[in-house]
Design a protein around this ligand. Sequence first.
Ligand SMILES: [Zn+2]
Length: 340
Amino acid sequence: MKDLQVGWNNGIVISTRDTLLTFDPQNCKKTVSGSIFISHAHNDHTKGFDSKNQKIATQETCELYEAKTRTKADNKKVLSYSDKIRFDDVEIVPHDSGHILGSAQFQIRTPFGTIIYTGDMNLLETLTTKSASIVNCDILIMEATYGNPFYAFPEREDTYGNIVSWVIRQIRENRVPIFQLYTIGKAQEVIALLNDFTNLPVVVDPPIARASHIYSKYNHKLVFLDSTEEEGQELLRHGNCAYLISNGNSNMIPTERKAARSVVTGWALRFKTPNGAFPLSSHADYPHLIDYVKEVNPSRVYTCFGSSEVLAQNIRKECKIAARPLPTIEQTSLMNFIHG
Ligand SMILES: [Zn+2]
């Protein structure tokens, strides 16, 4: 396929001789050529919003980004799932990637074959997301965050049950259960869990509150209190409640109260002291990634992010499909290809 280039150049780059597209660029202080596609609102995928180029994302991704950063996403083109956008000989269609609200995988139809870039994906339905759509393609560019066979998550319902049991135990022992987690995605799943299966009030820090309002608007009505408002503060001082704080936020509860901390992340499978660490992830685990490749059945797979080498090796072995980590394309070679 010498008329098509696929690789890594400060993001995922897909280029024909007429069209250059960059997906999830990592650093927009560098020059990024062409239009920019942003798969979802997590920090490591939204650097493209810093660019002056046209940005393409779902409405939910733009709003979550704006709520998180409190800056306006400008020069943007909003697409819904299954909408199409065309650049010369290439057509791009976003589909649900099942990872967080508004997360997209991109189907890129070129004269030389169809490509899928998965972004971050989850292949299971959760309390706040549907499972990723399965879309056939010739070339699959897939995330490998949990692309190591070590990562096989327990049944989600079991983890939900363990979280609720842990919360009940802390309340009975007069401690405030505190969850430290991702502001977007994981926090809303835990709020939904506590809303749907307990009567316990949920207090959240302001970044989680801003993201949760957007989930409530588009997806799942969430009931929570902001920790900076009077009612939330009163509960943290004297009442029974769960408290959700963003990763990196060291906000604590009033010192006179006892608290128990927990973390909610797929990486918890690695933790040596599993008490209060719950392996709930917004990503697909290894067995699901392999099943997904078998179902999509592309002729070639490129892996990126996380365990890309290990996953590529195992796809070759288990799926008998050509696979390798996404190769780097130097800027000069990219420009020579387009203008050559
Ligand atoms: Zn993500």
